[in-house]
Structures are given as C-alpha cells and as structure tokens.
Design a protein around this ligand. Sequence first.
Ligand SMILES: Nc1nc2c(ncn2[C@@H]2O[C@H](COP(=O)(O)OP(=O)(O)OP(=O)(O)O)[C@@H](O)[C@H]2O)c(=O)[nH]1
Length: 387
Amino acid sequence: MAQLKTILTHLSESIFDGSYVEKSQCICFLIALALGAFSILLSLTLLLTDLNTINMNREGYQELLEISSICSLYNLILAMLGNLIKNKDNRVYAHACIFSYVLINVLILFYIGVYSMGTGIALAGAPIIGLILFDRHLIFTGLGSGVIIFIGFNIFLLTNNLEYAPIVQHQIAPYRDPIWLMTMLTFVSVHLGLLVYIGHTSITRWKQREAEVTFLSTTDPLTLLSNRRHLMEHYHQEYQRAIRQQSPISIFLVDLDHFKQVNDTYGHLCGDEALKMAAKTLKDTLRETDLVGRYGGEEFLVILPDTNGRAAVQVADRFRRALQANPIHLSDGHQLNITASIGLNTTTPKHVSELDHFLASADKALYEAKNNGRNQVTIAMESENAA
Ligand SMILES: Nc1nc2c(ncn2[C@@H]2O[C@H](COP(=O)(O)OP(=O)(O)OP(=O)(O)O)[C@@H](O)[C@H]2O)c(=O)[nH]1
C-alpha cells in the first residue's frame, strides 16, 4: 500500500514537474495501465459472455484483445526506453510518445466501433494534455497526427480496404450493448479522469502561485508587514473612504531612535532583529482594521481608519510604551532597549488633494518628536481634536 502510494506520488510529481522525457514516460505508463486493464476486461468478456447473444464477433474480440495487449506492452516498453535517454529534454521522444498515444486511441476506438464521443475525447485530450504539460509543438503533433490518422482510416474505409468495427456483427443500439458501454467507460473515464485531475491540479497550482506572487509583491520580506507600495494603496483607499463617509482618519509615523547606533554597535543582524520586534509590537498593539506597513528603513506608517485624534494618541502611546518595556535579548546575553519617536495626524478629510499634505504634516510632527528628545508622540499642529 505504502509502495503504491510512493509510485502514485512519484507519477503525479513527474507528470507536472518532470522533464519532457519523464512526462512522456508517465503518459506511456498510464496508457499501458489503462490498456492492460482493458485487456483483462476483454479476456473476462471472452471467457464469460456468449457473444452471439449480443451480436458480437468472437474473432474480432480476439483481435482486439491482441491489439490492446500489444499496445499495452508497447507503451510499457516505450516508457522504459525513456530511462535510456540521457538528455531528459529530448523532444523527439516526447513527440514519439504523443504520436503513439493518439494512434493507439484512434486505432482501438475505430476497431471497437465507438468512433464518436470517445474518439472526440481522445483527439481533444491529446492536445489538452500536451498544452498543459508540454509546449505547442507537441500539441501540433497530437492534433496533427490525430487528424491525419483519422483521415487515413476513413480513406481505407471508403475504399473498402478496412472494415469498420470488425467486432460488431450486427449493429444494435449502443446503449443496449454492454461491451460498448464498458469500452466507453474504460476509455472515456481514463481520459476524463486525467483531464479533470490535470485541470484541477493546474488551477490549484495557479491559485497558489498567484497567492505567492501577491504575497511577495505586497509584503516587506524582513518584517512581513505591508511594503510601502501596498501601504500607500491602502492609505489612498482609506482616505477616500473617510471622505465619502465623512469619518475621521488618523495616521502616525514611527521612527526607531538612534537606530544607526544600534547597527554600528551590535551589527546589522541585530538591527534586523530589532526591526522585526518593533513590527511585531506594532501589530500586537493595533486592531484588525488598522493597517501598518514598513514605510522606509526604520520607519513604519500606521493607518487608523474611523479613529479620532484622542483614540489615535492612545494607540500610538501604547505602542511606544510597549516597545520601551520589551528589551530585545541578544544571543550574546546583552539586552537591547529600543525606543521610537512618533508623529501623528488626524483629520476628517474633505478632498483627496489634501492626502499628501496630511502625511507630510505627520512627518513634520515626527521630526519635532526627534528634536524634542525622542521616545515621544508628537501631534501635528493642524491635527483635529487630538489633545
Ligand atoms: N539593520 C537594518 N538597519 C536598517 C535597515 N533599514 C535602515 N536601517 C538603518 O537605520 C539607520 C537609520 O539611521 P538614521 O536615519 O541616521 O537615524 P537614527 O540613527 O535612527 O537616528 P534618529 O532617527 O535621529 O533617532 C541607518 O543606519 C540605516 O542603515 C534594515 O532593514 N536593517
């Protein structure tokens, strides 16, 4: 059981992440399995069913059994041949496998006389699988060879050189024919299953990658807070929302004190630790609806939507005290005390054109906090009812 799981995991990984040769080997192996199962079902049918009662030709069945067994074996050998190929990006091998895939599908479906939905799925399946797993050249091989083989069979059929569906003695309604149903089930379900699985996995991976890309493009890698671009997008959105709702908005800019000294004394790695810890303290201080991001090197911007000046000062000062009260424990046993200066501004905005000025006033207040001795919250001159 565990071994089967390992094989399936290996197959599933190879079919997506393997080289061209590995992917082609997987397809050959799956076809070999499907045809092997089909051959077993055919043998059982020949053993257990009286074909005369369902108007089927015994010789035709035996021929089909031979063809499907040979094709299964051929695919197994083709899959194993892949192991001998040194250049795992060998396209010739991949083209040969796709061609075999189409040829075998069309051949068997033609033989059985289900030259309809099943053939359609086989023909469509090859290029779709090619599209997802390989590149457009292989899709052309799949599609092109499918169409050429299809036309070839029809020419032989029209010139009476080939008998269509030799296993059928007298055509009966397909839905009443257990063999026809079994064949459809085997072929269609294998193709559909493969297509659904590949489609599902592709979409899942696509979503995961999109989430990763979004995360990478919006997050500061050191502190895991929003990066400046993402933060400014939020700032614009929240400012505009405040204009629409005529609600107050507060912001504060945080700058760690004497940070150059921290870097110079303890090294950059320790400086990074201090930044992470300040970011964590900020996050822990804020509500879910508040936004915080890294604005610059050792500067953070906090946006407090729907928050008046008085409440904003409380939040900013709570953070300042929490940072001061939590020293960083360095690996060499030292403790590092970090403080921050904060410039705060509050408004009930009227027009979006004031957005930059509002932020600049918070920056000015931060500058004052630094000049007045650091480790304090300074409120911008024009700030609304923050006292
Ligand atoms: N370790 C580390 N340091 C950084 C990072 N980004 C910026 N800095 C450092 O932060 C320091 C900021 O120094 P200054 O702007 O002179 O200000 P300060 O020393 O904090 O002094 P005041 O702000 O006036 O209290 C510089 O030494 C930068 O190299 C970072 O990602 N990691």
